[in-house]
Design a protein around this ligand. Structure first.
Ligand SMILES: *Cc1c(COP(=O)(O)O)cnc(C)c1O
Length: 427
């Protein structure tokens, strides 16, 4: 039997059924047009952010990296909980403006920004995290043409990476950011251009669970920011220290010790060099804020045995949960936390593999793991589905279409109307 990942804290059974936002998932499923369904718990997002703020030094801003989950009702919830938003496309800018967030609360990173995206960002007062000298020149030219001073920061390609991170985004040759040694010259160009100088964005990696490695990377980012500010000859208004806090997906993973990260960062903040004395710092986090708040619910359509192995075939799959299938940046496929939602407190009775409805062997939600015996009609829950689920999976594959999404919790039930999968067959 292969192990399953750890079910995140905050989930329990009500009458034997997994509850999200205080109600059994069967009730949410009844309100949705169909399964599969993403459920995001507003309460878990709120408590996660409150715990993070309590652990981090005063004055550290928390930004939400929108690409983790751009579901509109979630963005509205986040707008009351975080200090800023980091986006990576014009589409995400549209989503933020639609959620009522104003440009000055937003920064825009990402290689390959179109002129139309730069223009929209400049018009709305969004900070551009510049990814190259060429992009800086285009932004300045657009600002000149519009008669507006663009708000410009530089994304630095640091000369270090986040150890143990699932995705390395710094160190060596990278499409992201500007190599550290070329940064001071560009800062001076920006300072002399009449643009508004906003500071540095230093992002070294993602999905790290080791507090010591995270703290070391933050320390290196602070050292680098100080050195580059000194060499540029100007104090730093703002510095985005990156993020990188991960969540446990697999059996051997343990949660990040945020208390340790907070203590180590407080120590560094207490001893900042003069050039950083007036700097405003933030961390930008995606999955850490929302990943564990989300559950993907899919229904078992078939139960079959092949060569002695039991397969539970669901109406969901990798088209909504690419990461859980093991096809989103993992080398070895391991099981996410997965459970039979309608038998949530039942003991393990059999070994089964839970697969999706797509005609490809890649479409596995859980492989050879222990579950209570489940039947056709039972609901399966895939946890850690609040980030990089709906928006990072190929929903159009095999003509399946997107899953329904709901943000649920105390006094809150919001969903976006989407054409349900079976809409075609209803009159
Ligand atoms: C993807 C990304 C993030 C968010 O990463 P998480 O692992 O979800 O926290 C933050 N910043 C940048 C620049 C990114 O590209």
């Amino acid at each position: 039997m292969k192990p399953l990942g750890p079910i995140p804290a905050g989930f329990s059974a009500v009458d034997g059924v997994l509850a999200v936002g205080g109600r059994p998932v069967t009730q949410w499923v009844d309100q949705a047009p169909d399964t599969p369904l993403f459920l995001y718990s507003a309460d878990l997002v709120r408590s996660r952010i409150a715990a993070l703020r309590a652990a981090m030094p005063d004055g550290l801003d928390i930004h939400y990296a929108v690409k983790a989950n751009p579901f509109a009702p979630l963005l509205k919830l986040m707008s009351g909980l975080v200090d800023g938003f980091d986006i990576a496309s014009g589409g995400e800018l549209r989503a933020m403006l639609g959620a009522g967030v104003s440009g000055p609360q937003i920064s825009f990173a990402g290689p390959g920004k179109r002129d139309t995206e730069l223009e929209a960002a400049i018009v709305h007062g969004v900070t551009l995290n510049l990814e190259s000298e060429g992009e800086a020149a285009r932004a300045l030219a657009i600002g000149n043409r519009l008669g507006l001073a663009p708000r410009l920061a530089i994304r630095v390609n640091p000369d270090f990476d986040l150890k143990g991170s699932g995705m390395k985004m710094g160190g060596g040759a990278k499409p992201f950011g500007i190599d550290a040694e070329r940064v001071p010259a560009l800062v001076r160009t920006i300072l002399g251009s009449g643009a508004e100088w906003r500071g540095f964005h230093i992002f070294a990696g993602s999905q790290a669970l080791d507090a010591t490695a995270i703290a070391e990377t933050q320390g290196q980012a602070l050292d680098l920011a100080a050195r580059l500010a000194q060499e540029s000859g100007a104090p730093l208004p703002h510095c985005n220290l990156g993020g990188g806090l991960g969540i446990p997906y697999f059996a051997s993973d343990t949660p990040v010790d945020i208390a340790e990260v907070g203590v180590r960062l407080s120590e560094r903040f207490a001893a900042l060099p003069d050039i950083l004395a007036e700097t405003r710092f933030c961390m930008e986090l995606g999955r850490y804020l929302v990943g564990e708040s989300g559950v993907y619910i899919t229904r078992i359509l078939d139960r079959k045995v092949s060569h002695g192995e039991t397969f539970l075939v669901t109406d969901g799959g990798l088209h909504h949960q690419l990461a859980a299938s093991g096809n989103f940046g993992t080398v070895v496929r391991r099981n996410y936390p997965v459970a039979i939602a309608t038998r949530f407190d039942a003991p393990v009775e059999e070994e089964a593999s839970i697969v999706g409805c797509l005609c490809t062997p890649l479409d596995k939600l859980a492989e050879k793991a222990g579950f209570p015996r489940a039947e056709v009609g039972d609901l399966v829950a895939v946890f850690c589905a609040g980030a990089y689920g709906a928006s990072a999976s190929p929903a159009a594959f095999l003509g399946q279409g997107p899953a329904f999404e709901m943000l649920v919790g105390e006094g809150i039930v919001t969903s976006e109307r989407r054409r349900p999968k079976s809409g075609l067959f209803r009159s």
